[in-house]
Design a protein around this ligand. Structure first.
Ligand code: HEC
Ligand code: HEC
Ligand code: HEC
Ligand code: HEC
Length: 155
């Protein structure tokens, strides 16, 4: 019985020493600088470049879309909520064309799918939010009747 106990003690102390040594090598140097995480990660995230421009930047070159958008039913939806992060585009529109960005209409199978991603009828949405059944339009593109930058139908 005594023998058994002491061999367990030896194994335990070896494990503890191994743990302490491995811990020394495996914990990143800045861990715990601010809290229970790698301090360096804060600086890494802070150093990332901005991907979004700002809606007022679009005005410089897309005055027509902006002028409609500003007074229309989509004025609460930022340009980049529909067209994706476009900072690179505002700096160099020739190289970064402004379509194909994540979220942009071109990344959906159709304009219908794009509009319905926000407007399809659902009981989970507030009643005041404008919603349509998919059957609202079967054969027509949403943009045949609605200007995306001024969506209310003019009659
Ligand atoms: C410095 C001028 C400039 C700024 C600022 C700018 N754009 Fe553009 N944009 C252009 C030009 C030029 C084109 C046409 C590119 C081409 O097709 O060669 C374009 C094209 C686009 C297109 C694609 C049009 C198409 O034919 O499908 C979209 C969408 C777009 N811009 C959205 C935006 C948004 C949103 C912003 C603000 C975040 C913005 N742009 C800011 C100059 C600009
Ligand atoms: C609710 C979503 C939505 C918002 C918000 C939005 N757009 Fe668009 N935009 C679209 C769609 C959809 C198209 C494509 C229209 C088509 O293909 O018929 C488009 C097309 C464009 C085009 C290409 C030219 C054209 O008329 O086809 C430009 C440029 C553009 N948008 C700029 C902007 C700018 C600038 C803003 C903000 C002031 C903005 N958009 C806000 C959905 C949006
Ligand atoms: C990113 C989400 C989003 C997308 C995509 C989007 N919308 Fe909207 N739409 C909104 C919001 C938000 C409102 C404003 C709701 C409010 O004011 O209560 C709105 C309002 C509207 C209205 C009511 C305008 C009014 O005041 O009478 C129509 C019509 C509309 N959208 C059509 C479209 C069409 C067509 C498309 C596709 C080209 C589209 N929307 C794409 C979010 C979106
Ligand atoms: C044939 C023309 C036409 C097409 C195509 C069309 N709409 Fe409409 N839409 C209308 C008209 C007209 C109204 C206004 C109805 C009213 O005021 O009673 C409207 C109203 C809306 C509204 C506001 C509903 C509300 O509760 O205020 C939304 C959102 C909307 N449409 C989204 C879409 C979407 C998304 C598509 C594509 C899937 C689309 N529409 C295609 C004609 C059209």
């Amino acid at each position: 019985m005594r023998k058994f106990n002491s061999s367990i003690l030896v194994i335990l102390s070896v494990l503890i020493i191994l743990f302490v040594v491995m811990r020394l090598f495996m914990i990143p140097p800045t861990f715990g600088e601010f809290g229970w995480y790698r301090g360096e990660s804060v600086r890494e995230i802070a150093n990332q470049s901005h991907k979004f421009a700002d809606t007022y930047r679009c005005f410089e070159c897309h005055i027509k879309e902006y002028a409609y958008w500003e007074v229309g039913g989509h004025s609460t939806v930022e340009c980049e909520s529909c067209h994706g992060a476009l900072k690179a585009h505002t700096i160099n529109p020739e190289e970064y064309k402004g379509y194909g960005e994540f979220l942009s209409p071109n990344t959906y199978p159709s304009i219908q799918a794009f509009c319905l991603s926000c407007h399809s009828e659902s009981t989970s949405k507030p009643e005041s939010f404008p919603q349509v059944k998919v059957s609202h339009t079967k054969y027509w593109n949403c943009t045949t009747c609605h200007n995306p930058h001024y969506p209310e139908v003019e009659r």
